[in-house]
Design a protein around this ligand. Structure first.
Ligand SMILES: [Zn+2]
Length: 190
């Protein structure tokens, strides 16, 4: 059997280029994110939003850990005291002034701040309004039907979220250095 010698010399001349195959790019096969070191404590954390060792919020600068459960419940208590001592209306006005900074009166005194997970920054006025005046009452209604067990949600939540935090997509962090205090609005200086 004699083979045609041309068969082997054709391709190098470019007469019959094989069809270009589109290989998937490297990024299509990107591996799942490797466990990263926490910027605050240096431990390898598997948390997505917060470090399971020191509580640092992983999408925020170093020095912004989740508020402890003790501080959260202390905040509820203090909020109630402030509400009573200001006849409610004082607390309300105070709160509305603080909402643009992601705080309520008790959170301001306890140096806590609400952050919006999506924006990875301080919750602003309408986020706070949603959290305090819509999400909280909804959860309160549900909680009365469950013997208030829903209020304990942050005990077993990985990111110490209450259910109203889930609804408003927020975390509560301790901001002792004021790292997340929004800069004054340019128009308010005039
Ligand atoms: Zn950590």
């Amino acid at each position: 059997m004699v083979e045609n010698p041309d068969r082997y010399t054709k391709n190098p001349k470019g007469d019959e280029q094989p069809e270009q195959v589109q290989w998937p790019s490297q990024t299509d096969f990107a591996p799942p994110p490797a466990p990263a070191a926490c910027p605050a404590c240096g431990q390898v954390t598997s948390g997505e939003l917060s470090c399971q060792f020191c509580g640092q919020a992983l999408f925020l600068p170093k020095g912004l850990p989740l508020s402890t459960i003790g501080l959260r419940f202390g905040g509820y208590l203090l909020e109630g005291v402030l509400f009573v001592f200001t006849a409610g209306i004082g607390w309300l006005i105070w709160a509305l002034f603080l909402f643009p900074q992601g705080q309520t009166p008790a959170k301001q005194l306890l140096q806590m701040r609400v952050v919006h997970i999506g924006e990875q920054h301080t919750a602003r006025f309408w986020r706070m309004f949603l959290r305090e005046f819509i999400a909280k009452p909804v959860i309160a209604i549900l909680a009365t039907a469950t013997f208030f067990i829903l209020y304990l949600w942050l005990f077993w939540d990985r990111n110490r979220q209450e259910l109203w935090d889930k609804l408003a997509s927020t975390l509560v962090v301790s901001d002792r250095q004021g790292l997340l205090r929004p800069p004054p609005r340019p128009d308010s200086a005039q």
